[in-house]
Design a binder for this molecule. Structure first.
Ligand code: ZN
Ligand code: ZN
Ligand code: ZN
Length: 280
C-alpha cells in the first residue's frame, strides 16, 4: 500500500472552551468572533488508515461534527472505525453525545479508554444511555499496552498527571509503519513515562494551554496547572522530536502576537495547525 498507509491530521488546537469562548470579551475572542479565520476548533486528532479505509478520532469534543466532516470530506470512502479518549473534561468527551439517538446513532462504535473513563461513562447519564443502547462499545485499554487500529497503526495510552475528578488522564502514542506521534493535550507537569514517549517519538503534539504564567490575571493559574510554553521550550530545546503545541487557551498570546510566534519558530517549535497531516 506504499509509504502513506497511515496518516495523522490535526483537527483542532484550542483548549476545551474553544476560540473564541462563550461570551468572552478578551481582545483575542472579540477579534475571533468578528473574523472567522481566527477561530480555532477544540483539540482533536484524526488517524487515517488507508489500507483498512478506516478513520479513528482521538478525543471527542464540542466540535466533533465539523471535525468528522473535515475527515470524511478529506478521505471519502473511509469509515469511522472508533474513538480514542484521553479524559473526562468537556473538550475531550462531550462530543460523544452526537453518537446517540438525537444525532448520528452509531452502532457499537468502539471507544478506546481507560477503566476509570469507561466506568464514568457507563454509570453517568447521558453517556450511560449510549452504552445501554449499544451506540458505543467501551473497549478498555491498559496504560502502556498497545492496541492495533485498522491494519497497521498501533495506539498506546500513557498515564499523565492531570486534574482527575471523573477519570484518569492519558496521552496517546500512535505509531504507523515509519513514524510515531505523541498526542498529549492536557498535563499538569512534564514528568514520568510521557518524557520517554516524547523522546522516542518523531512528532509530539503537546499541552500548550498557556504561553506564560501571567496570562490570566483574574484567575489563579495554580488551580489550573499546565506547563507554560515558555517553560516547556526550555525542557524540550535540542530534542530531535518535532514539537507542536496544541490545546491553546483563548488567552494564549501566541494566537495574535506574530513576533512571539516567530521567536517560538526560531527555537525549533511551533503551534499546531488545523488540517496539517503527517504520514506515520
Ligand atoms: Zn483539555
Ligand atoms: Zn477570550
Ligand atoms: Zn483536562
Amino acid at each position: 500500500m506504499g509509504t502513506h498507509s497511515v496518516e495523522a491530521m490535526v483537527l483542532g488546537i484550542a483548549q476545551d472552551g474553544g476560540i473564541p469562548q462563550l461570551a468572552c470579551e478578551c481582545p483575542q475572542c472579540r477579534a475571533a468572533w468578528r473574523d472567522e479565520s481566527l477561530r480555532r476548533l477544540v483539540v482533536s486528532l484524526g488517524i487515517i488508515d488507508h489500507e483498512a479505509e478506516e478513520i479513528w478520532l482521538v478525543d471527542a469534543g464540542p466540535d466533533i461534527c465539523e471535525q468528522m466532516n473535515l475527515l470524511v470530506s478529506s478521505y471519502p470512502g473511509h469509515r469511522l472505525a472508533g474513538l480514542l479518549l484521553t479524559h473526562a473534561h468537556i473538550g475531550h468527551y462531550i462530543g460523544l453525545a452526537f453518537l446517540g439517538r438525537e444525532s448520528r446513532e452509531t452502532r457499537n462504535l468502539p471507544i478506546l479508554c481507560t477503566r476509570r473513563m469507561a466506568n464514568f461513562l457507563r454509570t453517568n447519564q447521558p453517556w450511560k444511555q449510549l452504552v445501554d443502547l449499544g451506540n458505543i462499545a467501551l473497549s478498555i485499554v491498559e496504560p502502556g499496552h498497545s492496541t492495533i487500529l485498522g491494519s497497521t497503526a498501533t495506539a498506546t495510552p500513557i498515564l499523565v498527571p492531570h486534574r482527575d475528578e471523573h477519570s484518569d488522564t492519558v496521552a496517546w502514542s500512535i505509531a504507523g509503519p515509519t513514524k510515531r506521534l505523541v498526542y498529549c493535550p492536557d498535563i499538569d507537569r512534564w514528568e514520568g513515562r510521557i518524557l520517554e514517549a516524547i523522546e522516542g517519538a518523531d512528532i509530539a503534539l503537546l499541552d500548550g494551554t498557556f504561553y506564560s504564567a501571567d496570562e490570566l490575571p483574574d484567575r489563579n493559574t495554580s488551580e489550573i496547572p499546565h506547563p507554560c510554553i515558555s517553560d516547556s521550550i526550555k525542557t524540550f530545546e535540542g530534542w530531535e522530536t518535532e514539537i507542536r503545541f496544541i490545546h491553546l487557551n483563548h488567552s494564549n498570546r501566541l494566537l495574535s502576537d506574530k513576533e512571539l510566534a516567530d521567536q517560538l519558530r526560531s527555537r525549533g517549535f511551533d503551534i499546531g495547525k488545523q488540517g496539517h497531516v503527517w504520514s506515520l
